[in-house]
Design a protein. Structure first.
Length: 297
């Protein structure tokens, strides 16, 4: 085929279909969740004032031991309506990280990880009076064991939490196709608003869910979400004309599950298509997650 013929064929080809819109609340075109990991002290010492000044509710994925170091601050976060998520009991990561050598995932078993996830939630409940409904994978790593004994612990997260947030993704989460136990989490540490803006545009174009993750909150520094960026981001996404629904991770995840359940129920009423059958049992309902049944684990 000549280059001219190839160009003609390309121009004649039908355009790819526009992404199917997702039913976000209030007619929003995309969802945004802000999340912060590790229960770092700057999150309550600096971050709460910034977030609360804009009326934004975020998700703090905490390690219980760190909560104890600023307990009154974390109680204020709960009182302000922020979501408290589970970030494991002792933040295990690969032994490739020097700080994790004594708690390396390579030395974990599935049973141990599952037990520690439950213990972490129980400790958060004892400290703050809330049971975490969402989880963030420490270091974004989802495995236990090594070599041929390596196993994913995503199934445990799917069983125990309504959502499991990952780390260092490059795109927003797709609410129509993505796994809620492996939600795409995008780093916001060290970025200016202009670096975040293309991600917001992408989420809006695809009717997606942008989940931003950070650590420290301050003026700058390593693993720090910049206050200056937040002061530009928050008014922008709270302006309804920009098309965003802003809510904590667990809230958005429950909305997605509810939408999936309603879509499944409708498909069942129309005769159970092959797509619908893939969702669940023949009763015609998408199974409820334990967090939606009042299960406190």
């Amino acid at each position: 085929m000549t280059s001219v013929a190839a160009l003609v064929a390309l121009l004649a080809a039908p355009a790819p279909p526009a992404p199917e819109t997702f039913p976000w609340p209030g007619g929003a075109r995309a969802a945004l969740s802000l999340s912060f990991d590790d229960a770092r002290q700057s999150q309550v010492d600096t971050g709460l004032a910034v977030l609360d000044a804009h009326g934004v509710k975020v998700t703090f994925f905490v390690v219980p031991g760190a909560v104890e170091e600023r307990l009154e601050g974390w109680k204020r976060a709960v009182s302000a309506g922020h979501e408290i998520g589970n970030h494991s009991l002792i933040h295990p990561c690969s032994g490739n990280f020097a700080f994790a050598r004594h708690k390396a995932l390579e030395g974990y078993t599935y049973k141990r990880m599952r037990r520690e996830l439950r213990d972490a939630s129980a400790r958060v409940k004892a400290l703050l009076g809330v049971t975490p409904q969402a989880f963030a994978y420490p270091c974004g790593q989802t495995f236990v064991g090594s070599g041929r004994g390596t196993r994913s612990y995503v199934p445990a997260v799917a069983e125990m939490f309504v959502a499991g947030r990952g780390w260092l993704a490059e795109v927003p989460h797709d609410p129509r196709a993505g796994d809620l136990a492996q939600v795409m989490g995008v780093e916001m540490d060290g970025k200016d608003f202009e670096e975040i803006r293309p991600l917001l545009d992408r989420a809006r174009e695809t009717s997606g869910w942008l989940v931003l993750g950070g650590h420290e909150i301050g003026e700058g520094g390593r693993q720090t979400t910049r206050v200056a960026m937040l002061r530009q981001l928050l008014p922008y996404v709270l302006d309804r004309t920009n098309g965003f629904w802003v809510a904590p991770v667990g809230t958005v995840a429950r909305h997605i599950r509810g939408s999936q359940r309603r879509a499944h129920s409708g498909a069942s009423g129309r005769g159970r298509s092959a797509h619908a059958r893939a969702w669940g049992p023949r009763s015609g309902t998408l199974p409820r997650h334990p967090s939606e049944q009042g299960d406190k684990r």
